[in-house]
Ligand binder design. Structure first.
Ligand code: UDP
Length: 442
């Protein structure tokens, strides 16, 4: 039996969140966008993509077909609503059973490859790829060891359960997809991953949607005054993302504006509570009140891409102060709209932002350093405009088309190495694969 040079049908596993969910709240964020966008691009390249995700509402049909070539299978595993992400490990058996049953309705050998997203999906992918005798490609999206090494104050560490589960998936996957060289190095140094099995695949932005446009029209649409400098945060609201750092850093600047010492500044926060942020959903409102800047902070609920484009266009600066970030799609989307970004110098943000040219990278989270960075860009509109132009050019290299091409290369490598390793008997522990392949005459 030989595998095709590239897969014809791929099973994407996304247990904890659906690509059809609105990102920017709860567990829906960059991974949803990643899965939805890459699925769409792979389908355009003639690959059938089936996405397995946990059903979260009884109203969801079992099967949805949002686009030609893309199927979403909502797998019943545990109660639809009210299950926390931390409870999901107990549902992986039920979820895996659902995936296996769905596969059993297809003809044998239907999927050529499994691509799992996040460690929970990796656990499922590990089992079903063994069962189906196909390679497993895994994208971690975030790594517990990295997150635990740079926790926000008061944030809870990722449990040992995850650290162990993540390690198992990293050990078992045929190929690992990392967002950046930094993440690849972390996989090697923190998880002892084999560097030869890692592919660095850069995420992207929907460049058709996120592009420069009229600031005045965007401000009119959002009801933002023309004479204010707007600094925007977009994303899931939780300590890890550090929107509080932005608000605290902007406070002295806003106070100076209130005293008439400088022009007006507004902070715009877009997104909804998520993760440990759900425990204190009003924390940012309280902080703004405590700092006496409530009137200069606007909160918007999560926005769909068409509206988010207008949010970026209405902004003068976008801030991404996260404590850890494996990439940071918001940084690319903002730059694609021609907006400079001030980001924490962590993880993939160092790749997403070209420091000093398309924005600024700030080391650490000291409020004073963030205030300085904000002042630097707020006070130099000409330099800021130049950075905005450089930002939109810089963002052009990050397209989902490019991501899909790179993923396809990773898939091809996985198929090649899988066939070779099975042929050489190297994978003695993968009993199911051998059985499946020997049934097929290999
Ligand atoms: N997002 C959105 N609407 C919102 C807030 C966020 O669609 O109101 C999307 C945003 O466009 C981006 C993703 O959510 O694509 C967040 O990805 P990022 O990598 O910045 O953060 P993550 O959620 O992965 O931590």
């Amino acid at each position: 039996m030989s595998f095709p040079a590239r897969p014809r049908r791929v099973a994407l596993i996304s247990v904890h969140t659906s690509p059809l969910a609105q990102p920017g709240i709860g567990d829906a964020g960059g991974m949803n966008v990643y899965v939805a966008q890459t699925a769409q691009r792979l389908a355009r390249r003639g690959i059938e993509v089936e996405i397995f995700t946990r059903a979260t509402s009884s109203a969801q049909p079992q099967i949805e077909r949002p686009l030609p070539g893309v199927t979403v299978r909502n797998i019943a595993a545990g109660p639809y609503e009210g299950l926390d992400k931390r409870d999901l490990p107990a549902q992986l058996c039920a979820f895996t059973a659902g995936v296996q049953r769905a596969e059993a309705t297809q003809r044998p050998g239907y999927y050529d490859l499994v691509h799992s997203h996040y460690w929970l999906s990796g656990q499922v992918g590990w089992l079903v790829s063994d069962r189906w005798g196909v390679p497993l490609v895994h994208t971690a999206h975030t790594l517990a060891a990295v997150k635990n090494a740079s926790l926000a104050e008061g944030d809870t560490a990722e449990p040992m359960l995850r650290v162990i589960g993540e390690q198992q998936v990293i050990d078992e996957a045929d190929r690992l997809v990392a967002n950046t060289d930094t993440e690849a190095a972390q996989l090697v140094s923190m998880y002892n991953a084999d560097p030869a099995r890692i592919d660095v695949v850069t995420p992207g932005a929907d460049l058709d949607c996120y592009s420069p446009g009229s600031r005045a029209a965007a401000r009119a649409e959002l009801g933002v005054a023309d004479d204010e400098t707007v600094v925007t945060f977009v994303g899931r609201i939780q300590p890890l993302k550090a929107p509080d750092v932005l608000i605290a850093a902007a406070a002295p600047i806003i106070a100076a504006a209130d005293r008439g010492e400088r022009s007006k500044v507004r902070v715009l926060v877009v997104g909804g509570p998520s993760g440990s942020g759900l425990d204190r959903p009003t924390a940012l409102i309280d902080l703004a009140a405590q700092l006496g800047i409530s009137d200069a902070v606007t909160f918007l609920p999560p926005q769909p891409p068409s509206k988010l484009t207008q949010v970026y266009r209405a902004s003068d600066i976008v801030a991404v102060p996260s404590y850890s970030e494996s990439f940071g799609l918001v940084a690319i989307e903002a730059q694609a709209c021609g907006i400079p970004v001030i980001a924490a110098d962590v993880g993939g943000l160092g790749v997403a932002v070209d420091n000093g040219r398309t924005g600024l990278l700030v080391a650490g989270h000291a409020i004073g350093d963030w205030t300085n960075a904000l002042e630097k860009l707020i006070d130099q509109p000409a330099e800021r405009a130049g950075m905005g132009r450089a930002a939109s050019a810089h963002a052009q290299q990050f397209s989902w088309e490019h991501t899909a091409d790179q993923l396809l290369e990773s898939y091809s490598r996985a198929l090649r190495s899988f066939t070779a390793s099975v042929g050489s008997g190297e994978r003695g522990h993968r009993r199911w694969r051998r059985r499946r392949l020997s049934r097929a005459g290999v």
